[in-house]
Design a protein. Structure first.
Length: 209
C-alpha cells in the first residue's frame, strides 16, 4: 500500500489557508500555488539518492554530495496542474515536463483523455505527477496508468488537497505510488468537489468560470 505524506510545514499550511480563501484573486492564487508547490517539492524529493564528488572551493579541494540516479520529470494534469509546474522547476530546473490532458465527465465523474505529450525518455525518469486536487482520484489514476503503459516505473503524486475517496481509489489502483499532499480534507460533495476544499482550482488559476 502506498504512503500518504501530509506536509505540515508552517509555511505550507499558512499559504494553503490563503489559497483556500474565496477572496484570493487569480494573481495571488497563482503566486501562492507556485510557492506551495516549490515548498512541497522539497519533501517529494527528500529521498533522491546522493553521490560523492570532489570540488575545489576558493580555499581548497573537498568532497561534497550531488544528486545521482534517475533524472526527474514533471507531468501536470491539464489544466490546473499547470499552476504547479513553475514552482517545481524553480527547484529542479533540469526537469523535463510532460502533459496529460484529462477532463472529468460531469455525468459519470470519470476522466476522459484528450491530450498526452511526454518526454521521449520518460521511462528513464523519476516522474512527479501534479494536480492541485485529488478529488475522486479518477484523473490521477488514469494519468498514472498512461505513464505506466509507456514504461514509467517510478512515480509520485503531488497535490495541494486530497479527499479520502481519492486516496482510497489511488491506493487501490496504484499501491506503488506515494501521495504527497498539504491536507486531507473531509469528503466529496454530490458534485465531486472536495469539502471544504478551495473551489475549482483551474477556474481560480486562470480567472474562468
Amino acid at each position: 500500500m502506498s504512503t500518504v505524506h501530509v506536509i505540515t510545514h508552517p509555511l505550507v499550511q499558512h499559504k494553503l489557508t490563503m489559497i483556500r480563501d474565496k477572496d484570493t484573486g487569480p494573481k495571488d492564487f497563482r503566486d501562492l500555488v507556485e510557492e506551495v508547490s516549490l515548498l512541497m517539492a522539497y519533501e517529494v524529493t527528500r529521498d533522491m539518492p546522493l553521490e560523492e564528488v570532489e570540488v575545489e572551493t576558493p580555499i581548497c579541494k573537498m568532497k561534497g554530495q550531488t544528486i545521482s540516479g534517475k533524472k526527474v520529470g514533471v507531468v501536470p494534469i491539464l489544466r490546473a496542474g499547470l499552476g504547479m509546474v513553475n514552482g517545481i522547476l524553480r527547484l529542479i530546473p533540469t526537469a523535463k515536463v510532460g502533459h496529460v490532458g484529462l477532463y472529468r465527465d460531469p455525468e459519470t465523474l470519470k476522466p476522459v483523455e484528450y491530450y498526452c505529450k511526454l518526454p521521449v525518455d520518460v521511462e528513464e525518469r523519476e516522474i512527479i505527477v501534479i494536480d492541485p486536487m485529488l478529488a475522486t482520484g479518477g484523473s490521477a489514476a488514469a494519468a498514472i496508468e498512461y505513464l505506466k503503459e509507456r514504461g514509467v516505473t517510478h512515480i509520485k503524486l503531488m497535490c495541494l488537497l486530497a479527499a479520502p475517496e481519492g486516496i482510497q481509489l489511488l491506493q487501490r489502483e496504484h499501491p506503488d505510488v506515494d501521495i504527497f499532499t498539504a491536507a486531507v480534507d473531509e469528503r466529496l460533495n454530490s458534485h465531486g468537489y472536495i469539502i471544504p476544499g478551495l473551489g475549482d482550482a483551474g477556474d481560480r488559476l486562470f480567472g474562468t468560470k
